[in-house]
Design a protein around this ligand. Structure first.
Ligand code: HGY
Ligand code: MN
Ligand code: MN
Length: 413
């Protein structure tokens, strides 16, 4: 298969995937358990089958394609990423890693590579956590970390729980635990992904060898005050939830900067209730997303947020809740698989660089318990999670060359 043909196949699949969005013309919006998710899964099933894979959709909404090895009882080599997106996101985040994995499978098949162990392509559901504020739903279910209580606990901003959304989508949340793979059945996990940051593009580097992924903690904070008339209520009689919340929110970025080691903290969502311009806010909801390679830094910032909430809500005579949505520790990735990919980059004369990942990825969840590695391709101007997200199709093809070398090495072991 000529390199240009690989580029063409990857391009055709990703161009088709672009049509599965709830916001055409305004980026990719493909949330879990929606029409767009169903369209993506059905298309992945078709191209996985065309590549000669045995296709299966599990009880969590993940889709897997398997190339059978001669010893299927051996731990498999798994490669993939997620097929969901953020709201108004880009066209490559997640899904490009699934398409690259299918491309590797096709070439293994076309080359007639003898597989000792199974090669499994994975398309995970709801890595982003965009709809329910969580994250890694599908990969977590594969590891046995999701149950029906989890599905009932988390709701989207319309108040629909994961449980209800799954049933609406045609899945039975009471069967979620069937998505768990047997202990030891996955030998390693490989994820190709866009960098979503500026490093490779700025350095004109073709591929990124990811040696670690940051830890993440996510919360939905609700500050409770009291609704009052905005004109007649004196300033010293108010219980203004927005005043208390914003005094905390405004401090969070500097607490991250003080760490001076790449630690980041973000408030990406704020909502006031009842949300009238002439009503003192009764409630103010906001999200917190803190990430670092150093888990102590994350814990310290969360502690400071909680202490500031104590102080500022007491000052208005109000209260608050801090609902933990995700807690996951930093993970170091497989040196063995990194060095195999480094050798491949050298052999094909691809420029490369080792770098950490500031984004989470299914690899963060899976890498907690299974040897895992990631391969990055450049993001134009480092932009991602927005409609201008862009990566050249030839970059994905280069990644698939290195992934194929890695996979052939692992499948021969
Ligand atoms: O938020 C992240 O790190 C990833 O894009 N899910
Ligand atoms: Mn993302
Ligand atoms: Mn992603």
């Amino acid at each position: 298969m000529a390199f240009e043909d690989v580029v063409g196949r990857i391009a055709a699949n990703l161009e088709h995937m672009k049509t599965f969005t709830a916001t055409p013309g305004a980026g990719c919006t493909r949330l879990p358990f929606t029409k767009e998710a169903r369209q993506a899964v059905e298309y992945l099933k078709i191209i996985m089958a065309e590549a000669g894979l045995e296709v299966k959709e599990d009880t969590a909404g993940n889709v897997f394609g398997t190339l059978q090895g001669t010893n299927p009882e051996l731990p498999c080599v798994m490669m993939g990423s997620h097929y969901d997106s953020v709201i108004n996101g880009g066209d490559y985040d997640g899904i490009a890693g699934v398409i690259c994995a299918i491309e590797v499978a096709r070439q293994l098949k076309e080359r007639g590579v003898q597989l000792k162990r199974n090669f499994v392509v994975a398309g995970f559901c709801d890595e982003e956590g965009m709809r329910f504020g969580t994250g890694y739903f599908g990969s977590g279910a594969m590891l046995g970390k999701r149950d029906v209580h989890y599905c009932k606990r988390f709701r989207d901003t319309d108040g629909i729980s994961i449980y209800e959304a799954m049933r609406e989508y045609g899945l039975d949340p009471h069967r979620i635990e069937e998505a768990k793979w047997p202990e030891g059945s996955i030998g390693c996990f490989i994820e190709a992904h866009i960098e979503q940051g500026p490093v490779l593009d700025a350095g004109n580097i073709e591929l990124g060898l990811v040696d670690c992924i940051v830890g993440i903690q996510r919360y939905m904070v609700t500050v409770n005050g009291r609704a009052d008339h905005a004109g007649t209520t004196p300033m010293d009689m108010r219980m203004d939830a927005v005043e208390a919340a914003t005094k905390v929110i405004s401090k969070i970025p500097d607490w991250a900067r003080e760490k001076a080691d790449g630690t980041v903290a973000t408030t990406g969502y704020i909502r006031t209730v009842p949300g009238g311009m002439n009503i003192v806010a009764e409630q103010c909801e906001f999200t917190v997303d803190v990430r670092s390679r150093n888990n102590d830094n994350i814990n310290d910032i969360i502690r400071r947020i909680s202490a500031a909430l104590d102080r500022e809500t007491e000052a208005i005579g109000g209260s608050y809740e801090m609902d933990n949505k995700l807690t996951i520790t930093p993970v170091n990735l497989s040196q063995n698989m990194l060095s195999i990919m480094e050798d491949s980059c050298r052999e094909h004369e691809y420029s490369y660089q080792y770098l950490p990942s500031g984004a989470g990825h299914d690899a963060l969840e899976i890498g907690q318990v299974i040897p895992t590695v990631m391969l990055f391709v450049p993001s134009k101007e480092g932009r991602s999670h927005c409609p201008v997200e862009f990566t050249k199709y030839s970059d994905f093809a280069k990644a698939s060359v290195v992934l194929l070398d890695l996979t052939e090495t692992l499948l021969a072991e």
